[in-house]
Design a protein around this ligand. Structure first.
Ligand code: ATP
Length: 235
């Protein structure tokens, strides 16, 4: 589905990614693990065309390097960035509508897709007419994810979807990620909560100072001593 190779990203003189190779197969959940500043968000931003990169980025065999973020979404790859990017002055349903309209989708499809999203997020259905500003942190996070799904992506990249949420909501977010995956969407996930992420993922990549230092099946990384020591709290 996605193939990244020899990817370099510079912010001015600072090299944030160094020769990164990564592949995500159709239907897989793949997670990126790494400390703050390791380059995880930069990798997602480079893939979605938000920062310039050198190397190869292919989606379903086609180069998307240098494409605009809009074109990347149109090609089927949606990015839900860190933080809850919703419109506070719009209701839940309006936030979802705007996501659909901004992609130029027809009314009928937008209506169906809102139903689909509200089906996945029961909490949002009960708050359908509430304004963005009145939602709890967890509800805002669900709405961000829901907005990503409005693009009907083949593949979804999620940056820290559980950040700042209470433990019960973290579990809810991971339940939803598993559900989205079951519905057939390929997922690339960046998470501070590495143990939860590796539990839901098929495979993982460990990034350190802009380089991939380890990759393998999630199950293997969950039991890898160095990974446990550095990212899983040493248990
Ligand atoms: P975090 O979990 O804190 O988001 P991360 O692994 O996602 O960390 P990035 O945000 O991708 O890491 O940052 C990678 C490196 O690039 C860091 O050294 C960071 O300081 C630097 N960096 C990130 N964004 C910029 C920017 N806009 N300008 C300059 N340097 C940046």
């Amino acid at each position: 589905m996605l193939r990244v190779s020899h990817l370099d990203v510079f912010y001015g003189p600072v090299q944030a990614l160094r020769g990164v190779d990564l592949q995500v197969g159709r239907g897989e959940v793949v997670t990126l693990v790494g400390a703050n500043g390791a380059g995880k968000s930069t990798l997602l931003r480079a893939i979605s065309g938000l920062v310039p990169a050198k190397g190869t980025i292919e989606l379903e065999g086609k180069s998307i390097l240098g494409w605009s973020p809009e074109s990347v979404v149109q090609a089927g790859l949606a990015h839900v960035p860190e933080g809850r990017r919703i419109f506070p002055g719009l209701t839940v349903v309006e936030n979802l509508e705007v996501a659909g309209y901004s992609l130029g989708y027809p009314d009928r499809q937008i209506k169906d897709d809102i139903e689909m999203v509200l089906g996945i997020f029961p909490n949002l259905r009960s708050r359908a007419k509430s304004y963005g500003w009145s939602l709890s942190g967890g509800e805002q996070q669900m709405l961000s994810l829901g907005r990503g799904l409005m693009a009907r992506p083949k593949m979804l990249m999620l940056d820290e979807p559980s950040l700042g949420l209470a433990p019960r909501l973290v579990e809810e977010v991971f339940r939803i990620i598993a559900e989205i995956s079951k519905l057939g969407t390929t997922i690339l996930l960046v998470e501070q909560n590495a143990s939860m992420a590796l539990t839901v993922a098929n495979r993982g990549y460990v990034l350190e100072t802009g380089q991939v230092v380890r990759t393998g099946p999630a199950e293997e990384l969950l039991h890898d001593e160095a990974v446990v020591e550095a990212y899983l709290g040493g248990h």
